[in-house]
Write a protein that binds this ligand. Structure first.
Ligand SMILES: [Zn+2]
Ligand SMILES: [Zn+2]
Length: 164
């Protein structure tokens, strides 16, 4: 059946930001899903906004297309905040993961997400990116890879919520 999950994230931008780095959410993300196609729970699935399918990393080398997509990608940027609300649709069917000996769930047990933030350094004029993800020690202070200016504080794990 079609399931919908919402991923939310928020970064704090330090003020005053002397150096404008044009921070923005990149339109791709990863979420762990229980995949009925390869019959494995907690598979990292790669999503790109605009693509009508996602890619399940399967078991090591056995990548395959997944019936999943980014349905909504809403960005709010205030002066001191970078906020994302993304809605993902995916097809889920029950199965039993024989390797882990556990049943699949519509939202995988202990879901995990990774989101990407791009920026442009005004000094070096080079584009860079960093990622934020579940299961890391917070807060994390991100700095520019070129000029070391503070870019953002990541104080909260992304929210992952099953909507339907
Ligand atoms: Zn799979
Ligand atoms: Zn910089």
């Amino acid at each position: 059946m079609l399931r919908t999950v919402e991923i939310t994230a928020e970064l704090t931008i330090p003020l005053p930001s002397e150096q404008f780095h044009n921070l923005h959410w990149q339109k791709k993300l990863e979420l762990s899903l229980d995949c009925f196609i390869c019959g494995r729970t907690g598979r990292t699935t790669h999503f790109e906004y605009g693509e009508e399918r996602a890619v399940c990393t399967g078991d090591g080398r056995s990548e395959h297309p997944a019936a999943a997509r980014i349905a909504g990608f809403d960005v709010t940027s205030a002066q001191d905040r970078l906020i994302l609300r993304s809605v993902l649709d995916y097809w889920w069917a029950p199965f039993h993961d024989a390797k882990r000996d556990r049943p699949a769930t519509a939202l995988t047990r202990a879901p995990w997400a990774r989101l990407y933030v791009g920026y442009l350094c005004p000094q070096s004029l080079e584009t860079e990116s960093f990622s934020i993800q579940s299961n890391v020690v917070r807060p994390v202070n991100e700095v520019c890879a070129h000029c070391a200016a503070p870019l953002a504080t990541d104080a909260q794990s992304p929210g992952i919520r099953l909507l339907t």
